[in-house]
Design a protein around this ligand. Structure first.
Ligand SMILES: C[S@@+](CC[C@H](N)C(=O)[O-])C[C@H]1O[C@@H](n2cnc3c(N)ncnc32)[C@H](O)[C@@H]1O
Length: 232
């Protein structure tokens, strides 16, 4: 795949567990790839500014947080939801890093850890905070909540839905038909111009009833698809 938006760069400032909270069992996603997928989804969005973006399987909101740093100019509001309360508590902490005050709090926390343990990793994380602060174009409003995306979702109106559905050994999608149920549920949230970007394991297939696929791209063991609502 030729990248159009994700630069071949050093993304260590975004490493999970450095400034962005991470840890065992908290998923993450390649930075270059998520910025590429979002860039391509944006091509299909009529709206280019003040976008509301939503991840219905957000985990610890790693991807959403990264997108806030890369696409802060275009993003107005971020929503993330996950079935797991534990993930949502991580997600809230990470999305708080999309504000200057949140980054200051994280800096204080890391400085305390550095003065207590003197670890290089904490010193490097403190340096990364300053770079993230420079990158952040504004405080980004964000909300996260617990929800099963195969059952029901609150009435939010996202412009771009971007998600990385459960797969593989890390986080299993437990049961058949869940993907189809999520797709149907998401359809209820969409306006005519909503764009959906889904990343999955190559073995997973999404039913496109109501959705029109505009991009299908394999990359390594993953595939991502970009879909727009079918116009009746
Ligand atoms: C591959 S991870 C997503 C990682 C995320 N994009 C990130 O950046 O960290 C998939 C997530 O889906 C969540 N999940 C599983 N079943 C779900 C459901 N029915 N509704 C909502 N979330 C679900 C899991 O808890 C897990 O956090």
């Amino acid at each position: 795949m030729i990248y159009k938006y994700g630069a071949a760069d050093n993304y260590e400032d975004f490493a999970s567990g450095r400034v962005i909270y991470g840890g065992k069992g908290i998923p993450n996603f390649p930075v270059r790839l998520i910025t590429e997928i979002f860039g391509r989804a944006l091509e299909y969005s009529k709206k280019k500014e003040n976008l509301t973006i939503y991840d219905p399987c957000c985990g610890g909101a790693y991807s959403l947080t990264v997108l806030g740093y890369f696409y802060g100019k275009q993003i107005g509001k971020i929503y993330g939801s996950d079935i797991s309360e534990e993930m949502i508590s991580h997600a809230c902490k990470n999305l708080n890093l999309l504000s200057y005050a949140g980054l200051d709090e994280r800096k204080t926390e890391l400085e305390k850890l550095y003065s207590e343990f003197g670890k290089d990793s904490h010193k490097e994380a403190i340096e990364s905070i300053d770079k993230l602060k420079e990158r952040l174009v504004k405080d980004i409003e964000a909300e996260c909540f617990t929800a099963n995306c195969t059952k029901s979702l609150p009435d939010i109106k996202p412009d771009i839905i971007i998600t990385d559905i459960p797969y593989g050994n890390l986080v299993d999608w437990g049961g058949e038909g869940e993907l189809d149920a999520m797709m149907e549920n998401l359809l209820k949230l969409t306006g005519d111009d909503t764009v959906l970007a889904v990343s999955m394991d190559k073995g997973q297939k999404i039913a496109c009833e109501g959705w029109h696929r505009v991009i299908k791209q394999n990359i390594g063991k993953r595939r991502f698809e970009i879909l727009c609502k079918k116009q009746l």
